[in-house]
Structures are given as structure tokens and as C-alpha cells.
Design a protein around this ligand. Structure first.
Ligand SMILES: Nc1ncnc2c1ncn2[C@@H]1O[C@H](COP(=O)(O)OP(=O)(O)OP(=O)(O)O)[C@@H](O)[C@H]1O
Ligand SMILES: [Mg+2]
Length: 298
């Protein structure tokens, strides 16, 4: 009996010891779980705050690059408006001259003056409309002809291209239409053209050429923008899409143009954006330059 009792006590003690140990382990587990939970919460908060910080940074970059583009646009508007304003002034002078010379101001003269002024005003209107549309961010994708969006981009910077005596060679496939963000694509094309103009000028190239092509290849629609400024040196080539990378003086470049362009094409438009140096031949002359390619899956 004693023996049995002793045995029972032993089991009881062992049982209690085990229960206590289990309780201890459970408590520890609970504490650790709470700790992990807390850590997770903190980590989550940290991630959210980092994402917010990153979004904020992104917004600032977009804003900065928009401001730079805006400055550029304003100087282009000034260029583009000079000529029609001058034409209006001349037309005005035509009437004035006729009056002081005592010539008859007949209906024919008035009609022609009216026509001239109307034409110039329409032109002024259409340029300002181009600029206005350009700054409206696209909310919706639309169907548009690649050729047309490139022509409008060229119109926007037409005055600068002319002033810098750059020969623009166009080779468009008029059949290509895409369903995408039209204004944003124009912004990218202008960025690439502006870089080409800058480098053609910087390197004092005498016969300045920019070629723009659109074509289909291997299930993709391509836009190539090629210049004859000599190309991008291999050691900076991998860096040109990074934000703030620039070889220009602080007053001339922010280093955001290509970064923004890459973001727009790849992230907003689901396309591809690449660059390489190429050699090409034109009317028996050999040239070297950068070739920027934008392409979209058909
Ligand atoms: N067509 C080109 N030929 C040679 N180098 C180029 C060409 N396009 C761009 N680069 C180089 O890539 C760099 C980055 O271009 P990006 O457009 O991002 O900035 P940026 O033109 O310097 O300044 P921003 O565009 O912000 O005014 C330029 O500073 C230039 O060195
Ligand atoms: Mg640039």
C-alpha cells in the first residue's frame, strides 16, 4: 500500500513538474509571440513610412522635372510667337502706310489684312493649345497615330530646332496606331530631342542631324531617335537613366529628363526604353551618334 502511495505521489509530483514546465513554456511562447507581433507592427509601420517617404521623393522629382520642362516651354513659346506677332505688326503697318500715303483703303485691302491677321492668330492659338495640352497629364489612354504625336512634339520645339539649324529627317510608318498615353509620350520625345539638340550644340557639330523613325519589327512598334553628335561614352552609358545624373552645368540640366522618360515609358505606358551608340551612313557620309528606342508590344 505504502509502496503504491509512494508511486502515486511520485507520479503526481512528476505530473505537476511537467505541468509547471509546460505552463512556463506556454508563458514564454506567449511573451515571444507578443514580442514578434510588436516587432511586426513596428516593421510594418517602418515599411509604410519608407514607402511614403519614397512616394514623396518621387513627387518632388516629378515636380522638379515639370518645372524644368515648363521653363523650356516658356522660352519656346516666346520663340514661336515672335514671328506671327511680327507678321501682325507688319500687316498693321500696311494699313497705316496706305493711310499716310493717302492711298485708298479699299475692301480688297481690308479683306487681305483681315485674312492675314486671322491666319496669324489661328497659328498663335494652335501653338498655345499644343502647349496647354502638353501640360495636361493624361488620365486616360487613347488611340493615336505615332506619327501624329511625333509631329506635334516637333511643332512644339520647332523654333529651337530651326534656330539651331538642325536637320530633322522623318521616316514614319503612317499606319502605326497605339492605345496609350499620348501627352506623356510627347513629353518623352521632347526630352530626347532636347538632349540631342544640347549635345549637337555642345560638341559643335557642323551638319547637325536628327533622324526620327517609326516602324514595326518582331511584334513591336518602334520609335527611334538618332543623332549624329558622336554618341554617349561607354562609362556613362549605364548611368544616364538614373535620377540627377547629368554631365551638364547645374544651370543647364537637372539630370531628370531621361529618368522621367524611362519611368513614363516603362511604368506608365508598359513599353520599353533603350539606348545604344550606332554608326550610320547618310548620302555617302559616315556618322556616329546615340540611338534612343522606345517600343511597345503590338
Ligand atoms: N543624345 C545624346 N548624346 C550624348 N549624350 C547624351 C544624349 N542624351 C543624353 N545624354 C547624356 O545623358 C545625360 C542625362 O540626360 P538627362 O536628359 O537625363 O539629363 P540632362 O539633359 O543632363 O538634364 P535635364 O534633362 O534634366 O535638363 C546628359 O547629361 C548627357 O550627358
Ligand atoms: Mg535632358
Amino acid at each position: 500500500m505504502d509502496n503504491n502511495n509512494h508511486e502515486a505521489m511520485k507520479w503526481q509530483k512528476r505530473f505537476e513538474r511537467e505541468r509547471a514546465a509546460r505552463k512556463e513554456a506556454e508563458k514564454l511562447l506567449e511573451e515571444k509571440s507578443a514580442e514578434i507581433y510588436q516587432l511586426n507592427l513596428e516593421l510594418e509601420k517602418k515599411i509604410i513610412s519608407e514607402i511614403e517617404k519614397n512616394n514623396e521623393k518621387q513627387k518632388i522629382i516629378f515636380q522638379q522635372s515639370k518645372m524644368a520642362a515648363m521653363g523650356e516651354m516658356i522660352s519656346n513659346i516666346a520663340h514661336q510667337w515672335r514671328q506671327p506677332l511680327h507678321a501682325i505688326l507688319l500687316t498693321n503697318q500696311k494699313i497705316h502706310l496706305n493711310r499716310i500715303l493717302g492711298h485708298e483703303i479699299d475692301d480688297e485691302l481690308i479683306d487681305s489684312v483681315e485674312n492675314d491677321i486671322k491666319k496669324q492668330i489661328n497659328y498663335l492659338n494652335s501653338t498655345i493649345e499644343d502647349f496647354r495640352n502638353f501640360f495636361k497629364p493624361d488620365k486616360e489612354k487613347v488611340e493615336f497615330q505615332l506619327k501624329e504625336s511625333i509631329e506635334t512634339s516637333l511643332d512644339i520645339i520647332h523654333a529651337t530646332l530651326k534656330q539651331k539649324q538642325i536637320d530633322v529627317i522623318k521616316d514614319f510608318d503612317s499606319n502605326i496606331k497605339i492605345f496609350n498615353l499620348k501627352n506623356e509620350l510627347m513629353q518623352v520625345i521632347i526630352n530626347i530631342l532636347k538632349n540631342a539638340m544640347d549635345v549637337l550644340n555642345e560638341r559643335l557639330i557642323t551638319d547637325k542631324i536628327i533622324i526620327i523613325k517609326t516602324y514595326e519589327k518582331d511584334n513591336f512598334y518602334f520609335i527611334d531617335v538618332i543623332d549624329n553628335a558622336g554618341g554617349i561614352s561607354e562609362n556613362i552609358l549605364p548611368k544616364i537613366f538614373e535620377p540627377y545624373f547629368t554631365t551638364k552645368h547645374q544651370s543647364k540640366g537637372t539630370g531628370l529628363g531621361l529618368y522621367m522618360s524611362h519611368e513614363i515609358i516603362v511604368k506608365h505606358m508598359n513599353g520599353f526604353f533603350e539606348v545604344k551608340n550606332i554608326n550610320f551612313k547618310l548620302e555617302n557620309n559616315n556618322y556616329k551618334g546615340a540611338c534612343f528606342s522606345i517600343f511597345f508590344k503590338k
